[in-house]
Design a protein around this ligand. Structure first.
Ligand code: TPP
Ligand code: MG
Length: 338
């Protein structure tokens, strides 16, 4: 398994025709949508009208897009507190997601859940959990249910590097291996758990090595390279669907914003501006846009038309959320576990 130097340039390797051109363009469109929505949240969050903590996934767009564009609509995805990108890439209703941030009745969890409790059953997004590692056993259980029902679905869990510090991941992978469950575990290793760098929490930073003893097939990829993520996820998902059991994918990436909210983390003092700048230069969306232009898969005019259209649509999404009603006072405790 090749080691990835965290600040190395992103190399997109595409052989002629091995990934359809339309899919190569779709990677960009999906990442761009995620980035735009996150930037809009970033812009408006200070108004304090979104009564929810937000954990932005700016910088991590390639993982969501590269993985989810391999999945069928009825495959299951479970995500964590940093789940906006996964929701969008799985095809979730973006208006309902943003309305959820504004706690509106039209939100995907009827305004009761906020950013960390996103769900869209119509597209198999069975939920996000704010409990670190919480989605891992849920995806494992959903995979067992699919086997029992013989419905040929794949389940997939997204989680961060802190989740490997929870015992449940070892129990879940062991069980999935034992039962050959159709589940894929995707670790977004963005090097931080809140303010703590991986090197302050673990004796060595190769997360995938912890799972070698469980015999699970492992991939380790540059998580800022949508093509590399797509290729690894494609193999893992095909294996799961064909009855070959689970896989583990470590995606090396970086969140460009603070753990939550809109700062960069530099002002808090746990990382340097220089480090953030190195990763800004590795932006998965900008670098991939450059690649598409070089390869003539999109022209500058087409990109401009598309990005202008997304800008307009994102305005519409936020207007919809603003115009939506709050839950009625006498119903506000409905749909909650009490
Ligand atoms: C079981 C549990 N322990 C602690 C927390 C507090 N907590 C919230 S997010 C977080 C760090 C998560 O880091 P990581 O999994 O790497 O995801 P990232 O935020 O980097 O995307 C912690 C410790 C929690 N929510 N759940
Ligand atoms: Mg992390």
């Amino acid at each position: 398994m090749k080691s990835i130097k965290v600040t190395s340039p992103i190399v997109f390797s595409v052989c002629r025709g091995d990934i359809p051109k339309e899919l190569l363009r779709e990677f960009y469109r999906t990442m761009f949508w995620i980035q735009k929505v996150e930037l809009k949240i970033n812009e408006l969050y200070h108004e304090d009208e979104m009564k929810t903590p937000v954990h932005l996934c700016l910088g991590q767009e390639a993982v969501a897009a590269g993985v989810c564009l391999n999945l069928n609509a009825n495959d299951y995805v479970f995500t964590n507190h940093r789940g906006h990108g996964h929701y969008i890439a799985k095809g979730g209703n973006i208006k309902a997601m943003v309305a959820e941030f504004y706690n509106r009745e039209t939100g995907c969890s009827r305004g009761r859940g906020g950013s960390m409790h996103l769900v869209d059953t119509a597209v198999g997004l069975l939920g996000s959990s704010s409990i670190v590692g919480g989605g891992i056993p849920l995806a494992t259980g959903a995979a067992l249910a699919s086997v029992l029902r013989k419905d040929n679905r794949v389940s997939l869990a997204f989680f961060g590097d802190a989740a490997i510090e929870e015992g449940v991941i070892y129990e879940s992978i062991n069980f999935a291996m034992l039962k050959k469950l159709p589940v894929v575990y995707v670790c977004e290793n963005n090097l931080y758990s809140v303010f703590s760098h991986l090197s302050k929490r673990q004796a060595q930073d190769d997360i995938y090595r912890r799972f070698i003893g469980l015999d699970i097939p492992i991939y380790r990829v540059d998580g800022n390279n949508v093509v590399a993520v797509y290729r690894a996820a494609k193999k893992a998902i095909a294996q799961a669907r064909d009855g070959g059991g689970p896989s583990f994918i470590e995606c090396r990436t970086y969140r460009l914003k603070d753990h939550h909210g809109t700062g960069s983390g530099v002002e808090v003092g746990y990382r340097s501006q220089e480090e953030v700048d190195e990763w800004v230069a590795r932006c998965p969306v900008k670098n991939y846009e450059r690649f598409l232009l070089e390869q003539r898969l999109l022209t500058a005019v087409e990109i401009k038309q598309f990005t202008d259209a997304v800008d307009r649509e994102v305005e519409g999404v936020f207007n919809f959320a603003h115009a939506s009603p709050l839950p009625r006072e006498d119903e506000v405790l409905d749909y909650l576990y009490q």
